[in-house]
Design a protein around this ligand. Structure first.
Ligand SMILES: Cc1ncc(COP(=O)(O)O)c(C=O)c1O
Length: 386
C-alpha cells in the first residue's frame, strides 16, 4: 500500500508513542506511575453528567447537530467571557464551538496558511501547532521559550522578513509544557505586533481557569483591538474535567471565525447536542467544583516541587496549568532522563524535546495523579538519585 508522503513525514503523536512504551512496560509487569499525559483524573461534576444523561434520552438530540453549535451553547460561552473576563462577544459572529479545542487548533492553519506562508510557533509548544502548520504546507518558524525570557517569546527578535511572511502567531498561557504564565501586557504586546503585520494571533487558553496563589490568567480578548486581530481557543476539558467529552470553542475576530466555520462545514458535523447541553450545564451551573479541582492541583504541585527540591532539583512552583517543567539532572538529555525514569523507576514523564528542540534539558511532569502515587513517584526517584 502506498500512503501519502505527508503520512511518511508525520512523526507519531508524542503521547501515542508514550502510550506504546507504557503499555509495553505494563506487559512486563511494571507498576507504572504516570506523570505523562495531562488528562485530569478527577471526575466531571455530577450535574454535568446528569445534564448529558437527560439530554441523551431526548430523541431531538439524536439527529445531526448544527454546524455552528446550539445557540444556547454559544450564549453560555458568551456569558462565560462576560463573567470571567468582562469581554462582550457576539454569540453568532464571534464564537464557534469545536469538537474539542484540538480539532480547531488542527484546522486553523487550513483556513489561514497557504503553502510557503509562515506560522510563528513557540518552541517548546503543544505539538499540534507545528504539525498542523506543516500539514497545511506552511513553514514553522520557532519562537524559543527559555527560562531567561520567562518562557515568553522575544517578539522584538522576530526578523522583518519573517514577519512579512507570517500569517499566524501562536501563544498559549498558562503554558503547556512550561507552565509559564503571563500578564495582560504580554498579550497586548503580541496583539500590537500582529496588528502591525496583519498576522492572526491565535491564543490557546486551555488552562486559564487552573491557576494558583491568587494569580488570575488573562484572556487575549481583553486587549483593546484584539477582536480584529486575534482568536482564542478554549476548552471544557481541563476546567470541568471533560477531556473525554470532546467539546471546546474558538472565539474572537469575526472574519477569522467565518473562515473557520466555512472550513468546518466541509469537515465535521458538529458536536452531539446532548454534549452541548452538558456544556451549558458546566458553564452556567454551580462552579464550586473548580475551587476543589484547583486545590487538588495546587497541593500536588507543592508535593512535587518540594519533592524535587529535596532531590536537588529546584523548580519555581508554577502559577498555572497542570504541569511542572523540571530541568533534567546533569549528564542526561530530556530523552535519556525520561527513558531512565521509565526503566529504573517505572515513572512516565514527557521528554521536553517532544515539544520542540528548545525543550531540551527539561521534562514535563503532569499533576493528574493522586497524592499517594505522586509521593511514591518522588520516593522512587530518591531511590535512584546519586
Ligand atoms: C495547550 C493545549 N491546548 C489544547 C489542548 C486540547 O484540549 P481539548 O481536549 O480541548 O482538545 C490541550 C490538551 O492537553 C493542551 O494542552
Amino acid at each position: 500500500m502506498r500512503t501519502a508522503r505527508r503520512i511518511a513525514e508525520l512523526a507519531p503523536y508524542l503521547f501515542a508513542e508514550l502510550d506504546r512504551k507504557v503499555a509495553a512496560a505494563r506487559t512486563r509487569g511494571v507498576d507504572i506511575i504516570s506523570f505523562g499525559v495531562g488528562d485530569p483524573d478527577l471526575p466531571t461534576p455530577p450535574h454535568v453528567v446528569e445534564a448529558l444523561v437527560q439530554a441523551a434520552r431526548d430523541p431531538a438530540t439524536h439527529r445531526y447537530p448544527s454546524y455552528t453549535g446550539m445557540p444556547a451553547f454559544r450564549e453560555a460561552i458568551a456569558g462565560f467571557y462576560e463573567r470571567r473576563f468582562g469581554v462582550s462577544l457576539d454569540p453568532d459572529g464571534a464564537i464557534q464551538p469545536l469538537v474539542g479545542s484540538k480539532e480547531g487548533i488542527f484546522h486553523l492553519p487550513l483556513a489561514f496558511v497557504d503553502p510557503g506562508d509562515v506560522a510563528l510557533v513557540p518552541d517548546p509548544s503543544y505539538p499540534v501547532y507545528p504539525t498542523a502548520t506543516r500539514l497545511a504546507g506552511g513553514e514553522v518558524v520557532a519562537m524559543p521559550l527559555r527560562a531567561d525570557n520567562g518562557f515568553f517569546p522575544d517578539l522584538d527578535a522576530l526578523a522583518p522578513e519573517v514577519l512579512e511572511r507570517a500569517k499566524v502567531l501562536w501563544l498559549n498561557y498558562p503554558n503547556n509544557p512550561t507552565a509559564a504564565t503571563v500578564t495582560l501586557d504580554h498579550l497586548r504586546a503580541a496583539v500590537e505586533l500582529c496588528a502591525r503585520h496583519d498576522i492572526l494571533l491565535c491564543h490557546d487558553a486551555a488552562y486559564t481557569e487552573i491557576t494558583f496563589d491568587g494569580y488570575v490568567a488573562p484572556s487575549v480578548l481583553q486587549v483593546p483591538g484584539a477582536l480584529e486581530h486575534a482568536v482564542e481557543f478554549h476548552s471544557l476539558s481541563k476546567t470541568y474535567n471533560m477531556t473525554g467529552w470532546r467539546i471546546g470553542w474558538v472565539a474572537g475576530a469575526p472574519e477569522a471565525i467565518e473562515a473557520i466555520k466555512r472550513l468546518k462545514t466541509n469537515v465535521d458535523s458538529g458536536i452531539f447536542d446532548a454534549v452541548q447541553v452538558a456544556g451549558i450545564a458546566a458553564l452556567q451551573g454551580p462552579q464550586d467544583h473548580l475551587e476543589e479541582t484547583v486545590a487538588h492541583y495546587r497541593r500536588r504541585r507543592d508535593l512535587l516541587c518540594d519533592g524535587l527540591k529535596s532531590l536537588g532539583v529546584v523548580v519555581e512552583p508554577p502559577r498555572g496549568s497542570i504541569y511542572v517543567w523540571a530541568p533534567v539532572p546533569g549528564g542526561h538529555t530530556s530523552e535519556s532522563y525520561a527513558t531512565f525514569l521509565l526503566e529504573r523507576c517505572g515513572i512516565v514523564v514527557a521528554p521536553g524535546t517532544g515539544y520542540g528542540a528548545a525543550g531540551e534539558g527539561f521534562v514535563r511532569f503532569s499533576l493528574t495523579l493522586d497524592d499517594a502515587r505522586l509521593e511514591e513517584g518522588v520516593e522512587r526517584m530518591r531511590g535512584v538519585a546519586d
